[in-house]
Design a protein around this ligand. Structure first.
Ligand SMILES: [Fe+2]
Ligand SMILES: [Fe+2]
Length: 407
């Protein structure tokens, strides 16, 4: 079953849900074959989309023909992934349909291979019950701030920072320079001629945007050596990048001024998980394994096992590094945005995370689609109709930027 925009509807499809006009008048009952005349009527009455049976035909660059069996398999898999969410909520229903459609178009069938867990004997004695206390009292040593992150932070905090200033900071790190030039020369930005100087890139893209991008990349690259049997870092970065892109797009749809802030928040929202994977390897292995065996949400298992979850660990590092408070807010509350001091940006990251998990673009280790904070979503007041466009744009921008993931 799929939602298809009326202008992409083809005759011959079977209607899966009845279509009514704005006054509630029935235009076509479910189970009917849709003809040219019906499509015309839908358009006349301003019906923007209808739900049809069977696999949708994509309009993206990927258009694999998929068999009805394959379609059913994907639908069943997605249903399983949505088991911790309220599937009756209109937004969740919408995301579910879009997820099945996206996975059919992109042939994303087996998501389990995204995470590698080296099964270990679970020893309850390994639990570190004092984890939170030790974390709060700084007994657990978090990584020190790298100088480039520190300097980028200063640039972002200073409203008088010039293009030259940021270029000087970036140029001190050859790998960051190479990466930023790769990004600005990618089809994501689509500049007609080659840009070979950071200062030129900053002038074209803007100080805030480029410092945010550089900050996010520099932080994630600290964790590039996480053992593959724990988490596939490439897959983790795909999840982070897609969340960053979608957060920015949703922020733009909401006319939220600081879109690059949302991009960095999306990029870093699961940062705490990298700290757990790298510094608490044994505990993380057990948490991943227990969540998988018990069909539990990973962050709930983190809570049960450690007494806190990756959002709190990520926030702790951000606080220690004195990153902007808005990043702390968005990272700490990305699973419960209604509790945030600034709920709107936290809800944007929350939604982006839910959508990206459901689409199956990479993975941070979480197998399931996280539950929707309905109160926060209602407060955000984001029209459902914008989601199709946002997902299309995210996929497009993601593929343009994917090459930067080789940190
Ligand atoms: Fe998370
Ligand atoms: Fe996430």
């Amino acid at each position: 079953m799929f939602a298809v925009p009326t202008d992409k509807l083809e005759p011959g499809k079977i209607l899966a849900e009845e279509v009514r006009d704005i006054n509630g008048r029935l235009l076509l009952a479910r189970g009917n074959e849709i003809g040219d005349n019906h499509i015309r009527i839908f358009k006349i009455w301003g019906v923007s989309e209808v739900t049809v049976e069977g696999p949708a035909k994509g309009n993206d660059k990927f258009e694999p023909e998929i068999s009805p069996e394959m379609f059913e398999q994907i639908r069943e898999t997605v249903k399983d992934l949505f088991q911790h969410t309220d599937q009756e909520h209109p937004l969740v229903k919408k995301i579910f349909n879009l997820a099945v459609q996206f996975r059919c178009e992109h042939n994303l069938i087996d998501m389990q291979s995204e995470v590698y867990i080296n099964e270990q004997e679970i020893n309850p004695g390994d639990r570190n019950k004092n984890f939170v206390k030790r974390l709060n009292q700084r007994e657990i040593v978090l990584p020190e701030i790298p100088s480039v992150v520190f300097e980028l932070n200063e640039v972002i905090a200073n409203p008088l920072s010039s293009a030259d200033h940021i270029a000087r900071v970036v140029n001190r790190s050859p790998s960051l320079t190479a990466l930023l030039l790769k990004i600005v020369n990618s089809s994501f930005y689509g500049f007609p001629s080659k840009i070979d100087k950071v200062s030129h890139a900053v002038t074209l893209i803007g100080t805030r945007e480029i410092s945010g991008l550089a900050l996010g990349i520099s932080i994630l690259s600290i964790f590039k050596n996480i053992p593959k049997e724990m988490i596939d870092m490439y897959s983790f970065l795909k999840h982070s990048l897609a969340c960053g892109i979608l957060s920015r797009i949703l922020a733009a749809q909401k006319n939220f001024g600081q879109t690059e802030q949302l991009f960095v928040s999306g990029l870093l929202h699961d940062l705490g998980r990298l700290i757990l994977y790298l510094y608490f390897t044994e505990e993380s292995r057990n948490i991943l394994s227990r969540a998988r065996r018990g069909n539990k949400l990973l962050y709930q298992e983190e809570h049960d096992y450690l007494g806190c979850d990756h959002a709190q660990v990520g926030k702790q590092l951000m606080e220690q590094w004195k990153l902007p408070l808005i990043l702390e807010n968005n990272v700490l509350y990305h699973h419960i945005p209604s509790k945030a001091q600034q709920p709107i940006p936290a809800t944007i990251v929350h939604l982006a995370d839910i959508v990206v998990n459901s689409l199956g673009i990479g993975s941070s280790g979480e197998r399931f689609v996280p539950p929707l904070d309905t109160a926060a979503y209602e407060n955000l007041d984001l029209p459902l109709s914008g989601l199709d466009t946002a997902i299309g744009q995210t996929a497009h921008q993601f593929y343009a930027l994917e090459s930067i993931l080789q940190l």
